[in-house]
Design a protein around this ligand. Structure first.
Ligand SMILES: *Cc1c(COP(=O)(O)O)cnc(C)c1O
Length: 414
């Protein structure tokens, strides 16, 4: 078990560039969220990190350029290859995840596209579970296919189907846990084991869970992907994405990012670092609110069904209990005997929850998947995705649960 010394950079970095530090185990999430990846003594002797608004970095003379190239000194070179703030956040995310390394991208989708483009080539295939984020599936179906990469889709939670789908050309198994919006939970050890047995890398998009609630790396999964836009940033004020894993396995991903340029602006990295400081506190509140709201909705006469992994009634509750510390702030539910318009009325009557896509921020957000994400799909397609007209997705923020419940109570009054 590493100590705090392994997490914090104890050298005086006020005059030098930060250096990579190993991840920590044995230090609490709250402490890691505040301190991991950060220098103890910073530029200007400030307690917070500076935002370096610069596109490029200067060298003192030609010899220092040559030394940098020949000896690979840890310093910045050009903004597309990263910036000091981003490196701090990458180290913090790796520490939170219990991973060796993390690579930040400009959005969750940029991270997913980056991993797939770095890892897959012509003739390869990738196995996806069917409840994955619709844009992830769209990228595979419409774009990866153009490069001769085949996508095989299997039913979420069907491990025999995952095993059966693997061919000698399979390079990666990808799933989400919990999935969005049905909140199916994966048996991570089983998933990782199938990958290992077949020599295929595994990736879990754990955006809905976060490293506070789910530990895919500890369960043997190779890569963990997050849309940092959600809980990690936590304030509905930035877009970013990350993928964590081993240094070796991520080397190609990091290199491709430097070429494709899906990097983060220094201001966004400052916001993400600041958001992460309160990560544990926010997650505890999201978990409390999610569970309280899910329990309230489950008892409500106008609610047909609630999808929340913390409820005993959820199909994957046993899986969720085995792997999750809490169950997050996202609650999906069906309004009883309601057509799409009566369901929209419930959304429109909410006074506290704002109508918007996304989740994981301090403000509660509400949406009807039929309208927000699947409006242009045919009824048959929506049925295939499992999106009924009377479905509502509520992303609980960190308000008081009593106020959220009171708001839903009045919104559900017909
Ligand atoms: C939002 C989301 C993404 C995409 O992330 P962006 O930051 O919006 O690009 C991917 N996966 C899941 C599970 C998400 O919720």
């Amino acid at each position: 078990m590493a100590s705090l010394d392994a997490v914090m950079d104890s050298k005086d970095r006020s005059k030098a560039e930060p250096a990579a530090k190993p991840q920590a185990a044995g230090v609490g999430t709250g402490t890691l969220a505040v301190h991991a990846g950060e220098a103890r003594q910073k530029g200007g002797d400030a307690v917070t990190d500076a935002i370096y608004c610069t596109s490029t970095y200067t060298f003192t003379d030609t010899q220092s350029v040559i030394d940098f190239i020949e000896q690979g000194h840890a310093r910045e070179e050009y903004g597309r290859y990263g910036n000091p703030g981003e490196k701090v956040v990458e180290k913090k995310l790796a520490a939170l995840e219990g991973a060796e390394s993390a690579v930040l991208f400009s959005s969750g989708m940029a991270a997913l596209v980056g991993v797939l483009m770095a890892k897959l080539g012509q003739g390869d295939n990738v196995v996806f579970t069917d409840e994955c984020y619709h844009r992830s599936r769209q990228f595979c179906r419409e774009h990866l296919s153009r490069f001769g990469v085949e996508t095989i889709t299997v039913k979420t939670g069907d491990y025999d189907a995952v095993q059966a789908a693997i061919t000698p050309s399979t390079r990666m198994l990808i799933s989400e846990s919990p999935t969005n919006p049905h909140q199916s939970c994966i048996d991570l050890e089983k998933f990782a084991e199938i990958g290992r047995k077949n020599g295929v890398e595994t990736l879990i998009d754990a955006t809905l869970a976060t490293p506070y609630n789910l530990r895919p790396i500890e369960a043997g999964v190779d890569y963990v992907l997050h849309s940092c836009t959600k809980y990690l940033g936590g304030h509905n004020d930035l877009l970013a994405g990350s993928v964590a894993g081993s240094e070796d396995q991520l080397a190609q991903v990091r290199e491709l990012r430097g070429i494709m340029g899906a990097i983060n602006q220094p201001h966004a990295m400052y916001l993400l670092q600041r958001g992460l400081k309160t990560f544990e506190l926010r997650m505890q509140r999201h978990n409390e609110n999610g569970l309280a709201v899910a329990r309230f909705l489950e008892e409500h006469p106008r609610v047909e069904k609630v999808y929340y992994p913390g409820l005993e009634s959820h199909r994957d509750h046993a899986q969720a209990k085995k792997y999750m510390r809490g169950f997050g702030g996202l609650v999906t539910f069906l309004v009883k005997d309601a057509d799409w318009r009566a369901t929209a009325d419930v959304v429109d009557r909410s006074k506290l929850c704002r109508i918007a896509p996304s989740l994981g921020g301090v403000e509660s957000l509400i949406e009807q998947p039929l309208v927000m994400s699947y409006y242009q799909r045919t009824p048959e397609e929506r049925k295939a995705f499992g999106i009924p007209d009377n479905m509502i997705r509520l992303a609980c923020g960190i308000e008081d649960s009593a106020d959220l419940i009171a708001d839903l109570e009045q919104a559900l009054r017909a």
